[in-house]
Write a protein that binds this ligand. Structure first.
Ligand SMILES: [Fe+2]
Ligand SMILES: [Fe+2]
Length: 202
């Protein structure tokens, strides 16, 4: 006797991978745009392959978020800790921004769908850099340090949200997996090289 087949359902509470989330969001957004053809659209948005630059940047984002959280929890009494943390954060932020500004942004900016969000990205990097410089010039015991660091944290978190939303979603839809792998390989090389501050936006 044939057993009754259980009804398959997708659990909304189930945790998905970052790549899975991007794919789902992209499919949802694209599906809304074209109405009935979600099945067709999902085949166009490629999931992560080897040397995936987006997965690499998202890994950096998690690290930056952890450092920002640590910084927010410091107090004026932990002046040494603040200075060390800021130094680490500044170095990692610059390395991350360079990967985006030297590799992803120029490649993505050529696509008209992404141009605006990429230009916004450059400006958000600039604001974060200014705030970091101001913090570096400020004594960690200064009563404004905590407030300024909080503004930096909120600024970077907002930027990460926009990148992982609209920008990376667009990158996956306009670039082939092969093209993304080329960009990812370039970023991996940069990760192994000493940081260079010059950016030369294009
Ligand atoms: Fe960025
Ligand atoms: Fe980023």
């Amino acid at each position: 006797m044939a057993k009754a087949r259980p009804v398959r359902k997708t659990s909304p509470k189930k945790k998905t991978s970052v790549a899975g989330t991007i794919l789902t969001r992209a499919a949802s957004a694209a599906g809304k745009a074209v109405g009935r053809t979600v099945g067709v659209v999902t085949t166009r948005v490629m999931p992560a392959g080897p040397h995936d630059p987006i997965a690499l940047l998202e890994k950096d984002h998690r690290r930056l978020e952890a450092l920002l959280k640590q910084g927010e929890e410091t107090t004026t009494r932990a002046a040494k800790g603040r200075a060390a943390l800021l130094e680490t954060l500044a170095a990692e932020l610059v390395a991350h921004e360079l990967k985006e500004e030297k590799v992803l942004y120029p490649a993505l900016k050529r696509h008209s769908d992404a141009r605006e969000i990429v230009l916004e990205g450059y400006e958000e990097h600039h604001v974060a850099d200014v705030l970091v410089k101001e913090l570096q010039r400020m004594a960690p015991t200064d009563e404004r340090w905590g407030a300024k660091f909080k503004v930096l944290k909120e600024n970077i978190e907002h930027h990460i949200e926009e990148e992982e939303g609209e920008m990376f979603r667009t990158a996956r839809s306009v670039m082939s997996r092969e093209r993304l792998a080329v960009l990812g390989t370039e970023m991996e090389t940069m990760d192994g090289a000493p940081n260079r501050r010059s950016r030369g936006k294009s």
